[in-house]
Write a protein that binds this ligand. Structure first.
Ligand SMILES: C[S@@+](CC[C@H](N)C(=O)[O-])C[C@H]1O[C@@H](n2cnc3c(N)ncnc32)[C@H](O)[C@@H]1O
Length: 437
């Protein structure tokens, strides 16, 4: 009985999810997906809002919580620490009436099986109400709390973007819009916009991406007309600009080397469905997501689970006309969509990722036909993974040259193009197209 009750509280579930991300370094998306299906439908939205909101503002909320608690709670009570953050988040950022926010958060202690914590949560939240101004101004003394990012990442952004780092951090803290990619095999964007209007979904064409649509308010994908029939996919505009750079023609052999969950594989095929596309990913579970997407969109790719860099394991010796490396990266351009990156990413990860990216470039470059194009892209805002990575590559490979974009996808970088998070309300992305001369 107690267990069923536990599963039915949005606040208690959010506290457990947040504690799992903070303490066990699990990804928010993974933990949220498995938790939401156990919650009644009417509790899901609140649980999701709390989980995302608290992780987005965690350094700020924690700085306030630290002042409210005389000492930090024990590790085994990570759920109660997280619940306090949920309570603070509701009082600061949600439209829940304050008395309901406090009483429901206090009740969640019982749902978590920790009756002893009711007094503590109640007193802390009421203290916050009384001392709000002092607590807030004292918390915001530290940059980490002020900008709601870990200190090491703030320092990296400052170094790379001395004039833009504050705007970048601010953009990372915003809730992202929902954008769509219209399947050009099904019909025009104008026609789809009409369908959206008939379904009472307010939307507009994305200026920068020829098949992109921006929704005024995010909605469930199953409310989108024709979603199950493959008329449309969810994809940020910045990601949609990658495929234009590949300049795809008919009868080409194309490798999408880091393909899951398949957003760009599908976009490549929507552009020219009869091309020979090989979609590779090192993670077999994620490869399944490509299958689901190609099935829904009625497209065909050869799917292979393998380390793209270990060419002898999967390559049949036939070169490619186009190669896309959508490289594993720090994700520092998409923090607004994945706020858990602030918690999960460690400073030492960056050098490891740069090395992996370099290996992928080195091992896949020889697979490109003469005159073929290789597009390297990341959703990172750090130069080391982007322009620095490519400048180093070009020094080692005189036979490679940048192919400038006819329609630049973002601001010019030293080499390639960099879109910082929030530019044109899109995700942060780096793009470069290299020709094998
Ligand atoms: C940025 S995501 C790709 C997103 C995808 N291109 C899309 O548009 O949906 C990077 C992917 O690279 C995969 N990956 C990481 N290392 C890899 C490797 N050595 N070989 C192949 N895939 C790899 C990860 O599993 C992850 O799915």
């Amino acid at each position: 009985m107690a267990k069923t009750k536990q599963k039915q509280s949005a606040r208690a579930s959010a506290a457990r999810i947040i504690a799992e991300v903070l303490q066990q370094h699990r990804s928010l998306n993974g933990v949220l997906t498995k938790t939401l299906i156990m919650l009644p439908e009417n509790e899901r939205s609140l649980c999701q809002q709390l989980s995302y909101g608290v992780l987005r503002w965690q350094p700020q909320l924690q700085a306030i919580a630290d002042q409210l608690l005389k000492k930090r709670l024990k590790k085994k009570d990570g759920d109660i620490s997280a619940l306090l953050l949920c309570g603070l988040y509701q009082l600061r950022a949600m439209r829940v009436p304050e008395h309901a926010a406090i009483s429901e958060t206090v009740n969640a202690c019982k749902t978590l099986g920790k009756q002893w914590a009711t007094g503590l949560i109640n007193a802390s939240l009421r203290n916050y109400q009384r001392e709000k101004v002092t607590l807030e101004s004292s918390a915001l003394q530290q940059d980490s709390a002020k900008y709601a990012h870990p200190t090491w990442l703030i320092e990296r952004f400052k170094l790379d973007w001395p004039d833009l780092w504050q705007a970048l951090l601010n953009a990372n803290n915003q809730q992202p819009p929902m954008m769509l990619r219209i399947n050009q095999q099904h019909g025009s964007r104008e026609h789809y916009l009409q369908q959206l209007q008939q379904a009472n979904i307010t939307a507009e064409a994305l200026k920068q991406a020829s098949h992109g649509v921006l929704l005024e308010t995010p909605c469930d994908v199953y409310q989108l007309p024709g979603f199950e029939q493959g008329e449309v996919s969810v994809q940020d505009g910045a990601a949609q600009l990658v495929v234009d750079l590949l300049d795809i023609k008919t009868n080409q052999r194309i490798l999408d080397a880091c393909a899951a969950p398949g957003g760009k594989t599908c976009h490549i095929l929507e552009t020219q469905p009869n091309n020979d596309v090989i979609a590779l990913d090192i993670d077999p579970n994620r490869l399944q997501q490509i299958k689901q997407n190609t099935d829904r969109l009625n497209l065909n790719a050869t799917l292979i689970a393998a380390d793209a860099g270990n060419v002898s394991l999967w390559w049949n010796g036939q070169k490619f006309d186009r190669i896309l490396i959508d490289a594993p990266c720090s994700g520092t351009g998409v923090i607004r969509r994945h706020p858990d990156i602030k918690v999960l990413r460690r400073p030492e990860d960056i050098a490891n990722l740069v090395e992996k990216q370099q290996q992928l470039l080195e091992n896949l470059w020889p697979l490109l036909n003469t005159d073929g194009l290789l597009v390297y892209t990341t959703c990172s805002a750090l130069k080391q993974e982007n322009e620095q990575q490519i400048m180093d590559f070009l020094k080692r490979h005189p036979e490679a040259q940048e192919q400038p974009a006819t329609d630049p996808p973002a601001s010019r970088a030293t080499i390639g193009y960099q879109r910082l998070p929030g530019d044109d309300n899109m995700d942060g992305f780096y793009y470069v197209c290299l020709r094998h001369r």
